[in-house]
Ligand binder design. Structure first.
Ligand SMILES: Nc1ncnc2c1ncn2[C@@H]1O[C@H](COP(=O)(O)OP(=O)(O)OP(=O)(O)O)[C@@H](O)[C@H]1O
Ligand SMILES: [Mg+2]
Length: 233
């Protein structure tokens, strides 16, 4: 029951899109997925409300007050738990990060999304240094234009690596399918290739991303202590 938290305090970094891509692919492979929608605007909840999503995916809105209890409940359901955060830097972020087995930080380009990604990395460092809680985490490059060369992409990854930041080797490409799926509802895999340009490329990208993330997950996720209380202490 791995918990993955998508975090970046910069709005529009690609958190919700990354979470949905992963949820679709995991469910397409037969996994149960619970998405805890911590964004009051509820994009994932709205997507789920459109008919056609997999019965393997359940979505629950969560707040700072309910996130711990609902994560525990989702752990009992089994499968993967994805937490989609809003861009705020607050106790909700600390709690969602503290509950995670892995924190994914979507970043567009390598400028750390005007420091939004860096803020999450600082929080993770604070947890490590001050509380002795080490939470695995990775940056995932998002909205990468298909025209970007492998070399330019590698340069961005090298720059992040030189700062000691782990970056997934699979970037999330800019794809129409990743936008359209929110309006159409249902799984990415169920979209009509005649209606969505480069759907097969989007699906291939989703599969590669999922392979890499699944390989990062602990075999058996250990129950976590409430880290946010430690931060407040
Ligand atoms: N890989 C992608 N391909 C195409 N469009 C994308 C991609 N990633 C994000 N977008 C678009 O960029 C916008 C912002 O993305 P998204 O909502 O995922 O970011 P967010 O970090 O969740 O934002 P917020 O902080 O507001 O919750 C949306 O319009 C989304 O459709
Ligand atoms: Mg979002």
């Amino acid at each position: 029951m791995p918990v993955l938290t998508f975090a970046n305090t910069k709005g529009g970094a690609g958190k919700t899109t990354a979470a949905l891509i992963l949820a679709c692919e995991l469910a397409g492979r037969g996994n149960r997925v619970t998405i805890l929608d911590a964004d009051p605007r509820g994009w994932i909840s709205r997507w789920h409300a459109v008919a056609g999503a997999s019965s393997l995916i359940s979505v629950a809105p969560v707040t700072e007050e309910t996130i711990e209890a609902l994560t525990a409940k989702a752990r009992k359901r089994g499968g993967y738990i994805l937490i989609d955060l809003p861009s705020s830097h607050d106790a909700l972020l600390a709690k969602a990060v503290g509950l995670a087995d892995h924190v994914l930080i979507p970043v567009q380009g390598c400028a750390m999304d005007a420091h939004g990604g860096a803020e999450v990395l600082e929080l993770l460092k604070e947890l490590d240094v001050s509380c002795g809680v080490t939470i695995p985490h990775s940056v995932v490059l998002t909205r990468v234009n298909a025209a970007v060369t492998t070399r330019a992409l590698q340069a961005a990854k090298d720059l992040l690596a030189s700062r000691g930041i782990a970056t997934l080797s699979t970037p999330i490409a800019e794809r129409a399918a990743y936008r359209d799926v929110f309006d159409k509802g249902g799984l990415l895999q169920a979209m009509n290739p005649a209606e969505v340009s480069n759907l097969s490329k989007a699906l291939h990208n989703a599969a590669q991303l999922t392979d890499e993330i699944v390989a990062l997950m602990p075999q058996k996720a250990a129950p976590r202590k409430p880290v946010a209380k430690k931060i407040a202490a």
